[in-house]
Design a protein around this ligand. Structure first.
Ligand SMILES: CCCCCCCCCCCCC/C=C/[C@@H](O)[C@H](COP(=O)(O)O)NC(=O)CCCCC
Ligand SMILES: Nc1ncnc2c1ncn2[C@@H]1O[C@H](COP(=O)(O)OP(=O)(O)O)[C@@H](O)[C@H]1O
Ligand SMILES: [Ca+2]
Length: 562
């Protein structure tokens, strides 16, 4: 790596030990100076002469080797000067400095930065450096502030929507106690709206919100709340650019504002799949550092009429029925999905229909491979590029149901299905850490179409359980998966049901074997079973960076091991 020129280098005091503190354009490093090597160096004015022997009280700590720490400038949240006269404010508690130290190092500044802890969790850590001179202290503060001001991807002003009823109804408390203090620390100003009814945020974004003044929109809630923001922003971008959302083949205009999610919902799968954890502090820190993660959006149409957008799961059969059953059980909170999931599993309904799909043939990834969408994903970069180069003609009109298989590149499958799922991302969530389609990508312009054919209850249970283990949920005779750019579903009644109905056993038939399920579209029920779906590559951007590889962030967190 190219060596970065030093901006500042000083010997400063940290927790009563002397450290060599270095700042260049990308990294802030502090390394304990072994007792026998203490000297004064650096490019800035220092009160002690070279060769100055430090007083004995400064020589503390474990030994001569010294500890070292580095922080990327892009992950520094803020820097502030401290008033040491009255004491220093470390870790939220006021402490009195020992008298001799106060005399030698009477000035101090604190740097707040991102620290990685276990399982993709980020925390805000503070480190306080004590300086011998006020000018030196100010120089450090000013230089770090200038560095931070140069980071143009960071948001300064955000519009925040809080759903007070999402998940365990903790949204407001989570925002006020965990997120607002971090935004304030990073000098981010906010306009906060606590929603009063469903679609409040969506409609405000569509019509009223003055979006020009914001650098991003943040929602506090679950996947449903995120979906509201997506609908508001995508609608606005199309309206501003004269794009007709009702045309399934229309190329949509990407949204410019990034979206942040503070998880406070029931499934939190978008947060989980883009950050690696559903933790409000971690998400707030990703927003503050100005991360950016592009994401695909599916448009769903019925008879050339726009229905909804989807970013995570479009599920017919099992997941549609789970959602339909859970709607009246919202009072149960997130547990409603477990209850309805168990009940739906017992009913074991299958549904007949025709699925036609346009396979994504020239992509790098496949749904069955071992690659995982991670921060800086190469497949998303490559396939995203491919998508933009693809002729739009290729992706147009699906064949009629009567058409033969592989008509114009389209595949057609008629069958009885327990579940038809389209996963535009892995859909990893606390219930299934690897997700519905573990190798799906956030921003590759495709969705993974998973068809689970009618099978025994026992086999379906085996399939479901595999979502929670290392075993491959697709490696079963009744499951097939296709990576697609578009698909269409047409429901139809199966022959035995028609026989029953014709024989006058209609009511019995409808109760025991409903002909139609509903589509679960990111947690909303669609009003039609016959739908046409198209993927819009990288239509939106999130304040996230994708899931970081564990080893990479462990190394970064402990750079002295590098
Ligand atoms: C016997 C063990 C079965 C384990 C199966 C686990 C499989 C779980 C995969 C869940 C994928 C979830 C995809 C995300 C869907 C959300 O958009 C949607 C709305 O979320 P929210 O707004 O937070 O309420 N959530 C669901 O549809 C819940 C599905 C849960 C099914 C058990
Ligand atoms: N103030 C409100 N009152 C009632 N419903 C709301 C309100 N604000 C948002 N909603 C709706 O609540 C639904 C669920 O919200 P979400 O935050 O996703 O929680 P959960 O993950 O528990 O489903 C969303 O569809 C959203 O439209
Ligand atoms: Ca995708």
């Amino acid at each position: 790596m190219e060596k970065q020129p030093r901006l500042l280098a000083s010997q400063l005091l940290l927790k009563n030990r002397v450290f060599e503190v270095l700042l260049n354009r990308v990294i802030l490093t502090w390394k304990e100076i072994p007792a026998n090597k203490k000297r004064v160096s650096g490019s800035i004015h220092h009160p002690f002469k070279v060769g100055f022997c430090f007083p004995k009280f400064l020589h503390r700590g474990k030994g001569e080797s010294g500890t070292s720490h580095s922080v990327s400038v892009s992950e520094i949240l803020a820097v502030r000067e401290l008033d040491v006269d009255g004491g220093t404010k470390d870790d939220g508690r006021w402490q009195k400095m020992p008298q001799k130290l106060t005399e030698a190092y009477p000035y101090a500044f604190t740097v707040s930065y991102v620290e990685r802890v276990r399982q993709h969790r980020w925390r805000c850590s503070d480190v306080t450096f004590h300086c011998p001179e006020g000018a030196l202290c100010q120089q450090w503060v000013q230089t770090i502030r200038e560095q931070l001001a140069a980071l143009t991807s960071r948001p300064k002003h955000l519009l925040v929507y809080i759903n007070p009823y999402g998940g365990k109804q903790q949204g407001k408390r989570i925002y006020e106690q965990k997120v607002a203090p971090l935004f304030a620390c990073a000098s981010i100003s906010t306009d906060v709206i606590v929603t009063e009814h469903a679609n409040h945020a969506r409609d405000h974004l569509r019509t009223e919100a003055e979006l020009k003044q914001y650098d991003g929109v943040v929602c506090v809630g679950g996947d449903g709340m995120f979906s509201e923001i997506v609908h508001g922003l995508v609608f606005r971008a199309q309206k501003d650019n004269g794009v007709d959302q009702n045309s399934p083949e229309e190329k949509l205009v990407p949204c410019t504002l990034r979206i942040g999610i503070i998880p406070a919902g029931s499934t939190d799968c978008i947060c989980y799949a883009t950050v690696g954890i559903n933790d409000p502090v971690t998400s707030a820190l990703h927003i503050i550092v100005g991360d950016s993660q592009p994401m695909d959006v599916c448009s769903v149409h019925h008879n050339n009429t726009f229905l909804r957008y989807s970013v995570s799961l479009l599920g017919y059969g099992f997941y549609g029925d789970v959602l339909a059953d859970s709607v009246r059980k919202r009072w149960m909170g997130p547990a409603r999905y477990d209850f309805s999931g168990f009940k739906t599993f017992l009913t074991h309904h299958h549904y007949e229909g025709v699925v036609s799909f346009l396979p994504a043939t020239d992509t790098l990834g496949t749904p069955g491979d071992q690659t995982r969408c991670r921060a800086g994903c190469f497949i998303c970069q490559h396939d995203g590029q491919l998508y933009t180069e693809d002729s739009p003609e290729k992706c147009k009109t699906a064949p009629d149901v009567s058409d033969s298989e592989n008509e114009g590149g389209w595949g057609v499958i008629r069958g009885k299905f327990l579940a038809i799922n389209a996963a535009s991302m892995s859909c990893a969530c606390p219930r299934s850490p690897k997700g519905l389609s573990p190798a799906a990508h956030l921003a590759d312009g495709t969705t993974d179409l998973i068809l689970v054919r009618k099978c025994s209850r026992f086999n379906f249970l085996r399939h479901l359980l595999r979502h929670t283990s290392k075993d491959d949920q697709f490696d079963m005779t009744f499951v097939e998966v296709h990576r697609v750019r578009r698909f269409r579903f047409t429901p139809c009644q199966n022959d035995s049901e028609l026989d029953l109905r014709e024989n006058g056993k209609q009511l019995f038939s409808q109760i025991c074997h409903p002909a139609y399920s509903s589509w679960n579209c990111d947690g909303e029920i669609l009003p039609h079973a016959a739908i046409e779906v198209g993927v819009h590559c990288q239509l939106i951007k999130l304040f996230a960076r994708g899931i970081e590889e564990q080893s990479l962030f462990e190394d970064l967190a402990h750079p002295c091991a590098l």
